[in-house]
Design a protein around this ligand. Structure first.
Ligand code: C5P
Length: 245
C-alpha cells in the first residue's frame, strides 16, 4: 500500500455532529479513514457511522471490545452490519474471544453481502510505559506486544494495534501481510500529550506501519487540513526503503 493518504486514519475524538461534519467534509479527500472511538460513540451512537459514510468517509470503529467471547462476538456482528471498514477487540480477551469475534464478523459480512471489515486486536495501549505494565503484572512493552500479536495471528485476525516503536518486532514475528495499525504518532513539533511510546510519521512508515492513527495533532490544530498535509509529507519522506504493506 504505497498511497500515504490511504494509510492515514484520523481519530475523531470529538463529541458533536457539527465537529464531525466539519472535519469529515474538510479532510475526507485527503485521508484514508476516520476513527470513531469511545468519546464519539458514547456521545452520538451508531448514527455517526452513517453520517461519516454519507460524506464519503470510511469508518474504523475503535471500541476495543473486551468481554466474554459471546458478548464480544455479538457486538462485533452488530458493528459489522453497519458496514464499517475496521473494528477492534483487545487481544488480552484471549484466543477464544478473538476467534469468536472473527467468526461473527465473517458470518455477518457474508449474510449481508458486505466487504468483510478488517478485524484487529489491541496489544498494549500506547499510553502505557514500562512502569505501568509492571504495575499490572505484564513484562516489557516489547515482550507483551509480540506475545499478543502472535496470539492475534493465531486467532486469524487481520492485524494488531501497537506503538510504531514495535512495528518491526511485529513484522518479524507475524510477517509482512499482518497489519500494524499504529497510534502514538506525533508529527515533528507537536505535543506528546498522554502518549508515551511515540514516533514521528516518518519513523512509523519507515518501520513498516500499515496505518497511522493520529488524533489531536489534527483535530486540535488551528488548520486541520494543513496538519494533514504536513503529516502526509512526513509519511512520504519515510516511505523510501520502508517495509510496510
Ligand atoms: O490524539 P491522539 O493522536 O493521541 O489519538 C490517538 C487515538 O488512538 C486515540 O483515539 C486513542 O484512543 C487511540 N489509541 C491509542 N492507543 C492504542 C489504541 C488506540 O492511542 N493502543
Amino acid at each position: 500500500m504505497t498511497n500515504m493518504k490511504e494509510r492515514l486514519i484520523v481519530a475523531l475524538d470529538v463529541d458533536t455532529k457539527d465537529e464531525v461534519r466539519r472535519l469529515v467534509k474538510m479532510l475526507e479527500p485527503y485521508v484514508g479513514m476516520f476513527k470513531v472511538g469511545l468519546q464519539l460513540f458514547t456521545s452520538l451512537g451508531p448514527a455517526i457511522f452513517e453520517l461519516i459514510q454519507e460524506a464519503g468517509g470510511k469508518v474504523f470503529v475503535d471500541l476495543k471490545l473486551h468481554d466474554i467471547p459471546n458478548t464480544v462476538a455479538q457486538a462485533s456482528r452488530v458493528l459489522t452490519g453497519y458496514g464499517v471498514d475496521m473494528l477492534n477487540v483487545h487481544a488480552s480477551g484471549g484466543l477464544y474471544m478473538m476467534e469468536k469475534a472473527r467468526e461473527a464478523v465473517e458470518e455477518e459480512a457474508l449474510a449481508k453481502g458486505l466487504v468483510k471489515p478488517k478485524l484487529i486486536a489491541v496489544t498494549i495501549l500506547t499510553s502505557l510505559g514500562e512502569k505501568d505494565l509492571e504495575q499490572i503484572g505484564l513484562g516489557t512493552p516489547q515482550e507483551s506486544v509480540v506475545r499478543f500479536a502472535k496470539l492475534t495471528k493465531k486467532a486469524g485476525l487481520d492485524g494488531v494495534v501497537a506503538s510504531p516503536q514495535e512495528t518491526k518486532l511485529i513484522r518479524q514475528a507475524c510477517g509482512n501481510d499482518f497489519l500494524t495499525v499504529t497510534p502514538g504518532v506525533r508529527p515533528l513539533n507537536s505535543q506528546a500529550g498522554d502518549q508515551k511510546r511515540i514516533t514521528t510519521p516518518q519513523e512509523a512508515i519507515r518501520a513498516g506501519s500499515s496505518y497511522l492513527v493520529i488524533g489531536r495533532p489534527i483535530t486540535a490544530a488551528v488548520d486541520p487540513l494543513a496538519a494533514v498535509q504536513q503529516i502526509i509529507e512526513e509519511m512520504e519522506a519515510g516511505h523510501v526503503n520502508s517495509t510496510g504493506n
